[in-house]
Design a protein around this ligand. Sequence first.
Ligand code: PMP
Length: 448
Amino acid sequence: MGGQARRRAERSEALTTGPASGLDTRGSESIHSRAVGLMPGGVNSPVRAMGAIGREHPIYIERGEGFELIDVDGHRYVDWVCSWGPLILGHAHPRVVDAVSDAAERGTSYGAPTEAEVELAADVCRRIPSVEMLRLVNSGTEATMSAVRLARAATGRDVIVKFAGGYHGHVDGLLVDAGSGLATQGLPGSPGVTTAAAKDTIVLPWNRPEPLAAALESYEVAAVICEPIAANMGVVEPEEGFLDRLREWTRAAGALLIFDEVITGFRVSRGGAQAAYAVEPDLTIMGKVLGGGLPLAAYGGRRRLMERVAPAGDVYQAGTLSGNPLAVAAGTATLAELDADAYERLRKLTTLLASSLRDAAGSRPVHVASVPGLVTPFFSGAPVHDFAGASDCDLDRYGAFCRALLDRGIYPPASQFEAWFVSLAHDEAAIERTASAAAEAFEVAFAA
Ligand code: PMP
């Protein structure tokens, strides 16, 4: 049986999720009982474990099709995680699958340069004018780690400023969250992060200009790193003028501005958040959409800065699989689909999802935040402007809401502090399915 026919047959065998009675996920449960003995928490990245929404085991996935995930027990879900952002075209987009298969037939890695990397680099530079030169790497973590090293080398300074609730990968010096208030010296955010690694990180509250001004005055800051639209505390937009101040004040202080656009890049607009807000950083971190679902990320910026990176310059950074031909093929095929019409459609779908969730929530204390491609229903009576506000949300109710959604065939991010990812595979029917499940799920969550 050919691939397509087999997939069709499998699809017709798949059960659909039934009404609101709780899922029979015995297949997932049984795999998980093996997994926990073999991998920490049974997973390869913590949020997948679903503990934050009060589930004892995650749902094991058998395959994805467009906007749907199909689990090992045959249940279908409308997927609002989309691999946490990379799948802006949805699962198994035929052009991406073809590009990856074609690349694989020619070899999976060479450890030598290819023309495809050059084409992808040129495409990124066309989309993001502040990026004149870039280096491809394998993960967002690797990209931020390398950008921070470059910023320190370029400025001859050590201190990095980040914002509470901002996530930039599990880089030691950035796994620091000293909480809000005025500028505070960083304390390790995880055992294993040394005091030495944390001591050069300053954590400030998002969206508050005064502590930023104070920190830039008090310390010799190498760089300020931020998600220009915060998306790892749920979606929290920068307040009017905040990014402009960041730009102006870092420049005046001789510090670099690093935008971590791992989530927002190629998503909120063709040129990312920096185009949406017309603020140009010195360095940009990219990932997720850039790799179209394969491991690919990048850091880039002005030529003068990037030429400090080896072998053009003296700042060392390298990678066996960097610019891997499969990942480059997936990324190139993904970006090729992202034209003006695609962004317009993504914007409309996002607005529809956000308004449908608002309608479903009714008068309950829920605030739905959204920017194109990203949505967060905050279980909060007030709009959320920073990490303190996000932390005040009713996490138990968010958990109950998510569990009830899963029972109804909707797969939400298993944490209040994450965005829901809209893809171009989603459609009005998927949103309608989500809205009617959400109406019931809000009822369940608020009945408790
Ligand atoms: N930066 C941001 C803004 C992210 O959201 C993430 C991952 N969610 C990272 C960096 C780290 O990327 P990766 O998981 O690929 O290391």
